[in-house]
Design a protein around this ligand. Structure first.
Ligand code: SF4
Ligand code: SF4
Length: 280
């Protein structure tokens, strides 16, 4: 099963849920899609990971062939090219790598060169395969890294995709091939508000999903009220406990403790049941 774990806001425990959900499975790969600030590797440290740089093609302009006609500038919708008065300048960070400028240039002055945007680390922690994408600071093309990781793991049966927080295009890219999405929230006004935004996104993409209430105080709260009113499945409540918080704060896998392992096994079972229900 391919499970995407997401959250409206940071700090709800999305990575904590993702790594533990991966740890209780066999033959599973955890993918850290939070490419701007990946931190799943702190829970699942890889020994000597293979590092694969990720490049995108950007224009390379041969000044001696350029006539200054500006056809490329007029073509580029992203304002990634400008004329200085004597030559064309290219702004890599604005470029969407469409290749159009090199096609429209009448003198063939534009070719393509690779531009580094980040890397992908691949390895394992105990029995869990681990893949972690990392975007270079200041870059905006994180979707390309996420796409590459998903393409490289497409044939694997069991994935846990740890999505970035929020509802950005990085999140959309991360959930596209998931069989089920798990939305991790916390019982606060902020958690409830951001959860609603993510639910709208999941409905837009027609993704089956369930909720995990993390740091639950086992009292009535607005998350439970919302889920009851809108017929949203709560897969589990993870209690607010000092021991869990301490394990999490030190980057340890809670599911190594049999009591907590049972919590994540139950979540996994509930997730399987939800998928089964959806497919009927
Ligand atoms: S490759 Fe596309 S986005 Fe980049 S500069 Fe050329 S036209 Fe603009
Ligand atoms: S289209 Fe080609 S020739 Fe015209 S300004 Fe751009 S690089 Fe120069």
């Amino acid at each position: 099963m391919k499970i995407a774990v997401l959250s409206g806001k940071g700090g709800t425990g999305k990575t904590f849920v993702s790594v533990n959900l991966a740890y209780i499975q066999e033959q599973v790969t955890y993918i850290d899609c939070d490419v701007e600030v990946p931190n799943g590797h702190l829970y699942l440290p890889m020994k000597e990971p293979a590092v694969q740089p990720v490049y995108l093609p950007v224009p390379s302009i041969e000044d001696s062939l350029c006539t200054g006609c500006r056809t490329c500038i007029d073509f580029c919708s992203f304002h990634a090219l400008c004329w200085t008065g004597s030559r064309i300048l290219h702004f890599e960070q604005n470029c969407h790598n469409c290749g159009g400028c090199s096609i429209v240039c009448p003198t063939k002055a534009i070719s393509e060169k690779p531009y580094s945007i980040g890397n992908i680390c691949t390895g394992s922690f105990e029995h869990v395969g681990v893949m972690s994408g990392s975007l270079n600071p200041g870059q905006m093309q994180g979707c390309a890294i996420i796409r590459k990781m998903i393409a490289q793991t497409r044939d694997l049966k069991n994935l846990v995709l740890d999505c970035p927080p929020g509802d950005s295009c990085h999140v959309v890219q991360s959930i596209l091939e998931a069989d089920l999405c798990i939305l991790v929230t916390e019982p606060t006004s902020f958690g409830a508000s951001d959860m609603r935004i993510c639910i709208d996104l999941l409905k837009l993409y027609n993704k089956p999903f369930g909720i995990i209430i993390n740091k639950s105080l086992d009292t009535r709260n607005q998350i439970k009220t919302f889920c009851r009113r809108h017929n949203v499945k709560i897969l589990a409540e993870i209690p607010l406990q000092p021991e869990l918080a301490s394990l999490n704060a030190s980057g340890q896998i809670a599911a190594k403790n049999p009591e907590y392992r049972r919590v994540f096994e139950r979540i996994f079972k509930n997730a399987q049941a939800l998928i089964h229900q959806q497919n009927q």
